[in-house]
Design a binder for this molecule. Structure first.
Ligand code: FES
Length: 639
């Protein structure tokens, strides 16, 4: 009997060879080797997305059953026991592709410019000239430095990092009692993080980071003048631990060392962005003196290595809403180790610092007209600004509009279908893919277009059921109900027909119903109707490409004049950047979070009303058609 405990897993068609130990979990081994395999539930064995096909060799399920050639086990439920060759099929592959960090041009064109943000950053560069010590003035070096800083800045209290104190005596004397002081404004006091010679340029860069569940985007900023030195984005490495925040929380609580794995994944992603940005800007990463992060509450918990478990348990209490600024070294960011990391405050477990950042950069409290800010992600986060007060909620929309949980869904990658037109009768379908590539799936914007097109063409009715009377070859019976062929196999990348099924349509309808019901809950809590809304700001990378008419036609957004909608792009990143370069904005963000009222939709007093709104919205566009006067009459047979 072989005593060899090492095995080789060969992954096809990549031909990648992974060295494993017997007993290794197959999904973890694939992730280690950076094979792009889906794991929507984070390895809990419930989503079915990590299926592989065994071509030769043997393995074992968690339950001890032998897996051999021709089997198609879930990688997360498979233990490596011997050499193995397997195939990762197209449907189990995570879409690759670059994350676009840029704002689409039409967004930049339609967003009203931010108010002039003054450059008064959280990390200040202050030249100081000290009175040399004498027998008559024997104040310590540190107190002497603080005294000089107080005179220049008017600030009362300062502290100093350990590394500054260590080098202080030599630095002050070598530079003849003149220095450039770098200090971070911690609101209660300033912390000295570097003392440089007066001739030194006083390099002070800052990093604004939008930590999304799916993507992370960062801006490198020169804090001396507020100029942007570059922007970069990457998929959040945490995706291998689950697609949405709930599966990440489950991962944290169920996996050994889960919290640490999540932390390392997100800090690893940020560190790669730092590496790219400083390389491209030709600066040193140790010149980064302050970092401001905006993210949902779960992302911020995982960044700091905090247990996110109670976020999803009633009564939904996060460990912390406002995390005190930490040293970068404490969370292992590759910047100046003494750089301070700030995160914008959360309002609640499901309304995080990202939405506060969006409210800040959109100047929600300054707007006279009643304004809704809608950020569509896995959670639809919505804020209503009315008469200076802010009411926020989070509607659990699920990942459908991000392509998750939809059989034909994908992210906005090359080959993703982003536009559909279906002629009445359902036979003629025209579509457009990103980059004109062969179709790989349908992205969020395409799914909105698709749902509307299917309805307008009479392929589905208002309850989302297929019209089985339709005489079109595209509609056919499948294993579970019907499916409709969107793109035939000879036009897709993997050669298989791209189809949509009844279950997909139900998921999409549920997602749009959750967001619309969330909007209605905010309005009805203030005894308002849709007509009162002067402006709807659509935030998030996904929002920027939405076909508005289609979105209203399916009942995702209220049916108000289209010119009252405005795309605001990545408002979270802009808010983080604003707080980075303007200390007043950092304070404003705290005020904003404190002043925002959070409507918990699952709380007893709201849950029934939300459910009523949700059920009423589970039609296309809505059971109350009079709410959507501009929607085409379509097939009302389901009503
Ligand atoms: S079933 Fe394996 S990751 Fe979900």
């Amino acid at each position: 009997m072989s005593t060899n405990t090492r095995c080789t897993v060969t992954v096809m068609p990549d031909e990648a060879e992974i060295e494993c130990s017997r007993g290794d979990n197959l999904l973890e081994a694939l992730h280690r080797a950076e094979v792009e395999i889906k794991s929507l539930c984070g390895g809990a064995g419930t989503c079915g997305s990590c299926r592989v096909i065994v071509e030769s060799g043997q393995a074992r399920t968690d339950d001890g059953d032998v897996i051999s050639e021709g089997d198609d086990p879930l990688a997360c439920r498979t233990e490596v026991t011997a050499d193995l060759q397997l195939h990762v099929p197209e449907e189990s592959r995570r879409a690759e592709g670059e994350v676009s960090a840029d704002e689409p041009r039409h967004v930049l064109g339609t967003v009203r410019p931010d108010r002039e943000v003054p450059v008064d950053p959280v990390c200040q560069v202050t030249p100081v000239k000290l009175t040399p010590p004498s027998l008559a003035d024997n104040t310590s070096d540190f107190d002497r430095t603080c005294r000089a800083l107080r005179e220049v800045t008017g600030r009362e209290a300062f502290s100093a990092s350990h590394s500054v104190l260590r080098g202080m005596a030599g630095s002050l004397r070598e530079n003849d009692w003149e220095s450039t002081a770098l200090w971070v404004d911690l609101q209660t006091h300033g912390e000295l993080i570097d003392l440089l010679s007066p001739e030194a340029a006083g390099e002070a860069y800052g990093l604004a980071v939008d930590i999304g569940t799916t993507t992370v985007v960062a801006d490198l900023v020169d804090l001396r003048n507020g100029e942007s030195l570059g922007r970069a984005g990457e998929y959040n490495e945490q995706q291998r631990c689950g697609e949405d925040v709930i599966s990440r929380i489950n991962f944290a609580s169920q996996k050994d060392n889960g919290i640490q794995i999540l932390k390392e994944a997100v800090t690893g992603t940020i560190n790669r962005l730092i590496e790219q940005l400083v390389r491209e800007a030709g600066v040193c990463e140790r010149g980064i003196r302050a970092v401001v992060c905006a993210g949902n509450t779960t992302m911020i918990h995982t960044l700091y290595g905090l247990d996110p478990n109670n976020i999803r348990r009633q009564p939904y209490i996060p460990t912390v809403g406002t995390v005190p600024p930490l040293r970068a070294a404490e969370i292992e960011l590759n910047t100046d180790p003494d750089a301070r990391v700030f995160s914008l405050p959360a309002v609640g477990s499901f309304v995080g610092g990202d939405i506060v950042a969006g409210a800040l950069s959109s100047r929600l409290t300054e707007r006279e007209e009643m304004t809704l800010l809608v950020d569509i992600g896995t959670n639809g986060e919505i804020v209503l600004a009315a008469g200076g007060s802010l009411l926020a909620c989070s509607a659990s929309a699920g990942p459908a509009f991000e392509g998750g949980g939809i059989s034909c869904g994908t992210r906005a990658v090359p080959g993703a279908v982003e536009r559909f037109r279906i002629a009445p009768g359902g036979d003629d379908v025209t579509y457009r893919t990103i980059g004109g590539q062969p179709a790989v799936g349908v992205c969020g914007t395409g799914l909105i277009d698709l749902l509307d097109s299917l309805l307008q063409a009479g392929v589905i009715n208002r309850s989302g059921r297929f019209n089985t009377e339709l005489e079109s070859d595209r509609l056919r019976e499948a294993d579970e109900g019907y499916e409709y062929v969107l793109v035939p196999g000879d036009e897709t990348r993997d050669g298989a027909d791209l189809t949509i099924e009844t279950a997909d349509i139900r998921n999409l309808i549920r997602s749009k119903a959750a967001i619309y019901a969330g909007i209605r809950m905010l309005l009805t809590n203030l005894a308002l109707d849709e007509d009162a809304v002067g402006r709807i700001l659509i935030a998030g990378g996904f929002g920027t490409h939405i076909n508005l008419d289609a979105a209203v036609s399916i009942g995702l957004f209220p049916d108000i004049e289209r010119d009252r909608f405005q795309f605001v792009g990545n408002s979270a990143l802009r808010g983080a950047r604003q707080a980075l370069i303007d200390r007043d904005s950092m304070r404003d963000a705290q005020e904003l979070a404190r002043g925002m009222t959070y409507l918990e939709l699952s709380a007893d007093e709201q849950a029934a009303a939300f459910m009523d709104e949700f059920v009423a919205a589970e039609f296309l566009p809505h059971t109350e058609m009079e709410r959507f006067p501009s929607a085409a009459p379509g097939d009302t047979s389901a009503l």
